[in-house]
Design a binder for this molecule. Structure first.
Ligand SMILES: Cc1cc2nc3c(=O)[nH]c(=O)nc-3n(C[C@H](O)[C@H](O)[C@H](O)COP(=O)(O)OP(=O)(O)OC[C@H]3O[C@@H](n4cnc5c(N)ncnc54)[C@H](O)[C@@H]3O)c2cc1C
Length: 637
């Protein structure tokens, strides 16, 4: 199957305008005749549901949490990018576009990224109108700070709680539509299958997580906004409920999975501190505006930081990348932290940490200013580590944080399964091989508020309306398959807990498909995953019943999907014989240990098609062309 990204013709700056004009419209009175299912209530799903309902569609919205406002988006700390250029420091739509394409190591689609930069400014206007309390400067305009991979300040923020405030905005808009009767809200429901009728997505099968009942829901189109799959690594900064299941089940029904090996390792997380840990905590990238990263100049130096004089410290990011300094992109900062630790210069008990030091900033600006900017992050750090970062440097280390891979979508955000749209972190669309900080919130809200509402209309208006009800045999078959899988899992009654399997899988993924990869390690990981998966289906212990509230069962289903999906990640990493962004294959590096791309052979999106249980997936390629940003070796020096 040839992948058609449906990129509109014409100059890049006019593509989106022109496309909106050319898309078919659903007339306002007809919108109420269409039902749309939205799965997920994070920034992507919340904004999409609210906007679609406001337009007049009948929306059914689903999430696994007890309230839509508990979606993982609430955890986002640092901010959201937009090209408003309020600080007058040289920003523009073109610069945001350029930075994002370069930041993604030239593995994203230019047209999508340009549109993202274009609508970024609308997002800020919309959020301000909703009352989001963005930080302001002395003149009353919205304040900005810097994030990695940019030399301008374009990140809008609400202290270290930007995601929370943005989500409350989207949630309010959503609840307005719930109260208007245009959105039917289904919390505590887990989507376990997409139902396909005559080649189109026409509904979903969900499990009611409170009473265990399986439910069928039909619609004219299905929108997945189910977030990222970073938890395949077990330890990550993602919420515990983040999973791949919805996307993976859609993959099994015909949606291609794009670039699954692209994962983001965030350089500033609180280091792992024990084997019983189930979660890692992010220290926002915004901290690198003022914090300076360093290690002792001499390996093995275990003195407390205050006893190490300036002359014996190595501010390695400032030394190696004088232009961007501590604000190099995440993949670069992470690899450098690992390199320093591999050289024996890591700090702390494990040697797997570097310092993030605010002493200079506090001396320069005063503690009050630093507290105003980052107070909640400092407090969180102190609560977890019992160290006071106003007095001693933070210790940080890279951790799994975000996934750039996701379901393949065209310019309309539609997957290869007609009628199935994918938004936010769940799709692969805009970030290439490395996402710049503060651009996930931008993308989720762009997709939900400003892209899907147009493109889904084009699909609905251009597709003959088929009245499908949940009595259709496809729903019956889907429900039967879901029920059988649950029953099979409960019947195993083995000896190992779900978490134990998940932990082992996470270790395999971190060791062999994490920050640095080798072909030998990946091949070994593939075998280990297959063996672990085999054992899971014979030896997992899932207590309790299916027809009941059962969190072990929920987790078992998600881990079973991770065990299959992990192999797809490894296969993808093995196929991509180059290094780019977060995918670092040790065989392909420059003399300076930077990622070395192979544009002749790998300037493409890898999209994988499910071909059957225990069958290798089929590989498809979407070639990428760069007409506006010249392909070059990334440099942040
Ligand atoms: C700690 C942290 C800080 C971050 N800070 C920033 C930041 O400052 N700036 C930035 O740009 N990005 C940041 N990010 C990234 C950003 O928060 C996420 O990429 C983004 O919020 C994802 O939004 P989403 O709407 O795509 O998905 P999510 O917010 O993950 O929402 C997923 C939704 O899908 C639902 N769901 C999932 N599976 C199912 C299923 N099977 N059935 C039913 N419902 C399901 C969930 O219930 C949830 O409602 C941060 C990430 C982390 C982890």
């Amino acid at each position: 199957m040839a992948l058609d990204a449906k990129i509109p013709a014409g100059p890049i700056s006019q593509k989106w305008d022109r496309h909106r004009f050319e898309l078919k419209l659903v007339n306002p009175a007809n919108k109420r005749k269409f039902d749309i299912i939205v799965v997920g209530t994070g920034l992507a799903g919340g904004s999409a549901s609210a906007t679609l309902a406001e337009l007049g569609y009948n929306v059914k919205t689903f999430c696994v949490q007890d309230s839509p406002r508990r979606a993982h988006s609430i955890a986002a700390q640092g901010g959201i990018n937009a090209a408003k250029n309020y600080p007058n420091d040289g920003d523009s739509i073109w610069r945001l576009f350029y930075d994002t394409v370069k930041g993604g190591d030239f593995r994203a689609r230019e047209a999508n990224v340009y549109r993202l930069a274009q609508v970024s400014n609308d997002i800020i206007d919309q959020c301000v109108a909703q009352g989001i309390p963005f930080a302001r400067d002395y003149g009353g305009l919205l304040a900005n700070r810097s994030f990695g991979g940019a030399q301008v300040s374009r990140t809008f923020y609400a202290r270290g709680q930007t995601g929370q405030q943005l989500l409350l905005g989207a949630y309010s808009a959503l609840m307005r539509q719930v109260s208007a009767g245009k959105v039917q809200m289904f919390p505590r429901r887990e989507m376990l299958d997409v139902v396909v009728v005559n080649g189109h997505a026409k509904g979903i099968t969900v499990r009611n997580l409170i009473n265990g009942e399986l439910e069928r829901h039909a619609a004219d189109a299905v929108v997945l906004c189910t977030g990222g799959y970073g938890n395949v690594f077990f330890l990550s900064t993602n919420a515990m409920a983040s999973n791949v299941s919805a996307a993976f089940r859609a993959y099994k029904r015909g949606a291609f999975f794009a670039n699954p090996c692209y994962t983001q390792i965030h350089p500033t997380c609180i280091p792992v501190h024990g084997t019983y840990q189930s979660k890692l905590t992010l220290m926002s990238e915004s901290l690198r505006n003022d914090g300076r990263v360093w290690v002792p100049r001499n390996s093995g130096d275990k003195r407390p930081p205050q006893q190490i004089p300036e002359s014996e410290r190595d501010y390695y990011l400032e030394r190696k990348y004088p232009s961007f300094g501590n604000l190099v992109p995440r993949d670069v900062a992470s690899r450098n932290a690992k390199e320093q630790c591999d050289l024996g210069k890591g700090v702390g008990e494990t040697g797997l940490a570097v310092f993030l030091d605010f002493a200079d900033a506090i001396k320069r600006d005063g503690r009050d200013i630093i507290e105003k900017k980052y107070g909640n992050l400092f407090q969180m750090y102190e609560k977890i580590t019992a160290d006071n970062p106003y007095q001693t440097p933070m210790m940080i280390y890279p951790a799994i944080h975000y996934t750039m891979g996701g379901l393949w979508v065209d310019y309309n955000l539609m997957s290869t399964l007609p009628g199935l749209f994918v938004l936010g972190e769940a799709n692969f669309s805009d970030h290439g091989a490395n996402r710049l900080g503060a651009s996930a919130l931008m993308q989720g809200l762009a997709d939900g508020y400003f892209v899907l509402p147009y493109t889904i209309g084009g699909y609905l208006a251009g597709t003959p309306k088929a009245a499908v009800t949940t009595n259709h045999p496809a729903f019956e078959k889907s429900e039967k398959q879901v029920a059988e899988r649950i029953a099979r899992m409960l019947a195993i009654n083995g000896k190992r807990t779900v978490d134990d399997f998940h932990k082992t899988l996470g270790r395999i993924m971190w060791d062999f498909c994490g920050m640095a990869r080798t072909n030998e390690g990946l091949a070994m990981a593939q075998r280990m995953i297959q063996e672990l998966r085999e054992e899971f289906w014979h030896n997992v212990k899932v207590p309790g019943q299916g027809g009941d509230f059962n969190q072990s069962l929920e987790r078992a289903g998600r881990v079973a999907d991770f065990l299959e999906f992990a192999e797809l990640m490894v296969i993808d990493a093995l196929e991509r014989q180059e290094s780019c962004g977060g995918h670092f294959n040790e065989r392909f590096q420059t003399e300076d240990n930077e990622a070395l791309r192979d544009d002749d052979n790998f300037c493409h999106v890898a999209a994988w098609e499910f071909t059957g249980e225990r069958q290798p997936p089929a590989f498809h390629k979407e070639p990428l062309s760069f007409e506006h940003v010249q392909l070059s070796q990334r440099s942040y020096k």
